[in-house]
Structures are given as structure tokens and as C-alpha cells.
Design a protein around this ligand. Structure first.
Ligand SMILES: *[C@@H]1O[C@H](CO)[C@@H](O)[C@H](O)[C@H]1NC(C)=O
Ligand SMILES: *[C@@H]1O[C@H](CO)[C@@H](O)[C@H](O)[C@H]1NC(C)=O
Ligand SMILES: *[C@@H]1O[C@H](CO)[C@@H](O)[C@H](O)[C@H]1NC(C)=O
Ligand SMILES: *[C@@H]1O[C@H](CO)[C@@H](O)[C@H](O)[C@H]1NC(C)=O
Ligand SMILES: *[C@@H]1O[C@H](CO)[C@@H](O)[C@H](O)[C@H]1NC(C)=O
Ligand SMILES: *[C@@H]1O[C@H](CO)[C@@H](O)[C@H](O)[C@H]1NC(C)=O
Ligand SMILES: *[C@@H]1O[C@H](CO)[C@@H](O)[C@H](O)[C@H]1NC(C)=O
Length: 350
């Protein structure tokens, strides 16, 4: 007997999102940190601090008294301008056996970024299912003709699973397509296997950052997985400024790469673009004077050979070797200047 609990709606989508106020540059006095997490423009906390509504971050006090950033109610771990990515904590859907009633209870979450600038990174996330004899689906409840796939995790006994390995026994993982913006999860009790619930109290499923996820056999037999991470796991989101390509965006008044020495980069995960500082520059390409020259000469280890003197230039650097020596670019070393030796040799022979 399978009993289903109501869906828990995680993200309320504001349809008018992209029509709302925009700010080509943040107004003075915008908060740049929430707790100890940096919130760089185009993101912002509060009115006129973000480039558009979808980039607004809530900075809320949490139960433990600290301030934490949220996309509506999804906790943000960090924002990377360099890669156009935000890491956030995603709620795991659960499917648990209730010994008292002998029924299964599911608590499933969905995420919808359809009118937000986010897509699930297809490179850094996988759809992960933990459990014994668990079949979970990932699909889009708003578009049944769209992407759907399943992941089946099986195990004959708790002893059959291997720590650190998520390859179908106790743990299953599946790749997702590019450009995915919404997903729903549902569990199916296909195996009709009451025995496994004796040692496997709960199954879990979600889109999860692959790098930080490490399967452990006791995730099957205990609730440690849920207890340790409060039912959440990191998820990587690729974000874009608008849905235009760089070619089109460059001609628009809303073009977001505002800094001199910035470049436009087309997203590799669906339509849209992000900005980057040009080579040899670093900083924030979305701010007017955001990209500043990198002083390569102050970098350690030095980019020049040991005996050379480094000269920083705008966007680049130059190495000058001591007298009588010449920079060999391929080996990055100061070699004896052969033309000088030949010149000297011919001078001597006269
Ligand atoms: C944070 O605060 C905003 C605005 O008050 C609210 O809409 C949002 O739901 C809050 N998020 C959380 C996780 O408390
Ligand atoms: C932005 O530039 C940096 C350094 O030049 C590079 O490491 C990074 O991959 C670039 N980001 C994108 C999205 O191209
Ligand atoms: C639903 O998904 C299909 C296949 O990916 C796609 O062609 C179609 O445009 C989608 N419909 C909506 C309303 O997003
Ligand atoms: C896997 O790791 C957990 C936690 O570190 C440990 O309790 C368990 O015995 C390990 N299982 C196997 C099969 O090595
Ligand atoms: C995963 O956890 C196991 C112990 O359960 C450990 O031996 C292994 O190094 C961890 N792997 C990663 C990538 O953290
Ligand atoms: C998992 O942990 C969360 C947060 O602590 C809790 O609300 C939820 O009930 C737990 N779920 C299960 C199945 O234990
Ligand atoms: C952008 O503007 C330039 C100069 O005004 C024009 O030559 C070019 O065709 C335009 N590109 C697009 C994609 O509209």
C-alpha cells in the first residue's frame, strides 16, 4: 500500500520577473556580503542593487542567528563570476518506510527556474538516487513531452554496497541534458520488495553536485545521510544574463559587460551569455571600471626566468634578461645571446 504525501513546493515562481525593475549599475551603498558570503554584482541584496529581479538575493537571519543568502528560499553557498555559477543547497526528495503503518511515504521537492536566469549545470551535477530497490524518475511536470529519465538503485543485501561507489548498487547516478530549468522527482515501488525496507528505512533522490557527493553504505541502513546534511546537498547552477547570444547582446542598451577590457562569453548550457574580464585583467566585468590589470610581476612563482627583470604592462608583462642574454620564449629561460656571440666572434676574427 503506497501512500503519497502532498508535494512540497520549493520555489514560488514570479511570472513578471523579467519585466520588473532593472539596474544597469548598482546604486551606491549596496551590501556586498551576506554573512561571510560575497554577493557580487550583477547579483545584489535589495532594490536597485541587482542587475534585474532574477539576480536579487535575500539575505535572511537563520535559526542559528547567522545571516545567510537565499534565492527565494534556497540557500546560496557561493557565487562565481569567473564561471557564471552559483552553488546552492538543494533539498533531497525522500521515500521512507513507516513500520507502524507498513506504508511508504514520499516527500518530494521540485525546482523551477523557468523564469529565472538559472539552469542546472549538466557538467557538474548528476541525478542521484540512494536506496535499495528504488526506482526514481526525474521529469518536468509542466512539460510531459520534455525530458524524462529514471535511475534504478538495487541491492540484494546491505553488505552488497561499496563505499564511495555510486554505480547502481545502493546508489545510482544519471547525467542530465543541457539547458534543464525545471525538474520534478517521483518514486515508484516497482520491486514490491518488503524485505529491503527492513534494513533500508529511506530512499533519497535529487540533482546533486557530483564532486562533493560521496556515497557511504550506512546511507542505506541508517538516516545518517539525512541527519548529517539536514536533507540537503550542494547543487551547481549556471546563470546567464538574458537569453541572447553575445552577437545580439552587444548591440543592446542592456548589454551587461560594462567594464573596459571585458569580453562576452556565450553560455555552454543553453542560450544566453555571461561576461568575463579580458586576458590579463581581473575583477568584475559587470561594473564600469570593474576589470583591472593583473600585475603578473607580483605573482609567485614569477612568470619570468629567475635572472630576468619583470615589467608589468597593461594586460600583459615583459621579461628582460641580463646583458648578453636573451629570453627564450619556449623554455622561458635567459640563454646566451647567440647573435651577440657571432658578432663578437666575427669582430675577433678581424
Ligand atoms: C527571506 O526573506 C524574504 C523577504 O522577506 C522572503 O521572501 C523569503 O521567503 C525568506 N527566505 C527564507 C529562506 O526565509
Ligand atoms: C574567464 O577568464 C578566466 C581567466 O582569463 C578563465 O579562467 C575562465 O575560464 C573564463 N571564464 C569563462 C566562463 O570563460
Ligand atoms: C517541452 O519539451 C519539448 C522537448 O524538449 C520542447 O520541444 C518543448 O518546447 C517544450 N515545451 C515547453 C512549453 O517548454
Ligand atoms: C563505509 O563507511 C561507513 C562510514 O565511514 C562505515 O561505517 C562502513 O562500515 C563502511 N562500509 C564498508 C562496506 O566499508
Ligand atoms: C569517500 O568516502 C570514503 C570513506 O567512506 C573515503 O575513503 C574516500 O576517500 C571518499 N572519497 C572522496 C572523493 O571524498
Ligand atoms: C531529513 O532532515 C530534514 C531536516 O533536518 C527533516 O526535516 C526531515 O524530516 C528528514 N527526513 C527524513 C526522512 O528523515
Ligand atoms: C550591431 O551593430 C553594428 C553597428 O551598428 C552592425 O554592423 C551589426 O550588424 C549589428 N549586429 C547585429 C547582430 O544586429
Amino acid at each position: 500500500m503506497v501512500k503519497r504525501m502532498a508535494l512540497v513546493l520549493l520555489l514560488v515562481v514570479a511570472i513578471t520577473l523579467y519585466l520588473a525593475s532593472t539596474s544597469a549599475q548598482p546604486v551606491p551603498g549596496c551590501q556586498t556580503y551576506c554573512g561571510d558570503i560575497k554577493i557580487p554584482y550583477p547579483f545584489g541584496i535589495g532594490a536597485n542593487c541587482a542587475i534585474k529581479t532574477g539576480f536579487e538575493i535575500n539575505c535572511n537571519r537563520t535559526a542559528d542567528g547567522t545571516m545567510k543568502p537565499f534565492i527565494v528560499n534556497i540557500e546560496v553557498l557561493d557565487i562565481s563570476l569567473l564561471h557564471g555559477q552559483t552553488r546552492a543547497l538543494n533539498a533531497m526528495s525522500t521515500y521512507c518506510y513507516n513500520h507502524a503503518t507498513g506504508s511508504m511515504y514520499d516527500n518530494t521537492f521540485w525546482l523551477d527556474f523557468s523564469s529565472w536566469p538559472y539552469r542546472f549545470s549538466d557538467v557538474q551535477n548528476k541525478f542521484i538516487v540512494i536506496g535499495c530497490n528504488t526506482l526514481a524518475y526525474i521529469y518536468n511536470s509542466k512539460n510531459r513531452t520534455g525530458y524524462t529519465t529514471a535511475c534504478a538503485s538495487v541491492c540484494a543485501s546491505p553488505g552488497a554496497v561499496t563505499n564511495g561507489s555510486c554505480s547502481g548498487v545502493g546508489c545510482c547516478q544519471n547525467a542530465i541534458p543541457k539547458g534543464l530549468r525545471r525538474y520534478d522527482v517521483y518514486f515508484r515501488n516497482v520491486y514490491n520488495d518488503q524485505d529491503s525496507w527492513q534494513f533500508n528505512p529511506c530512499s533519497y533522490a535529487a540533482l546533486v553536485e557530483t564532486k562533493t557527493f560521496n556515497f557511504s553504505s550506512d546511507y542505506i541502513t541508517t538516516k545518517r545521510f539525512n541527519d548529517t546534511y539536514k536533507g540537503r546537498q550542494p547543487l551547481v547552477l549556471d546563470w546567464v544574463i538574458g537569453d541572447e547570444t553575445c552577437e545580439v547582446a552587444r548591440n543592446m542598451t542592456s548589454y551587461a559587460c560594462r567594464s573596459a577590457n571585458s569580453v562576452c562569453v556565450d553560455s555552454t548550457n543553453g542560450p544566453g551569455y555571461i561576461c568575463n574580464c579580458s586576458r590579463g585583467y581581473e575583477g568584475n566585468p559587470y561594473l564600469l571600471d570593474g576589470c583591472t590589470d593583473v600585475n603578473e610581476c607580483e605573482k609567485y612563482p614569477s612568470k619570468c626566468p629567475k635572472t630576468a627583470v619583470c615589467h608589468n604592462t597593461k594586460g600583459d608583462y615583459r621579461c628582460s634578461c641580463p646583458p648578453g642574454r636573451k629570453l627564450a620564449k619556449d623554455t622561458n629561460s635567459c640563454n646566451p645571446d647567440i647573435t651577440l656571440i657571432i658578432a663578437l666572434a666575427s669582430a675577433v676574427s678581424f
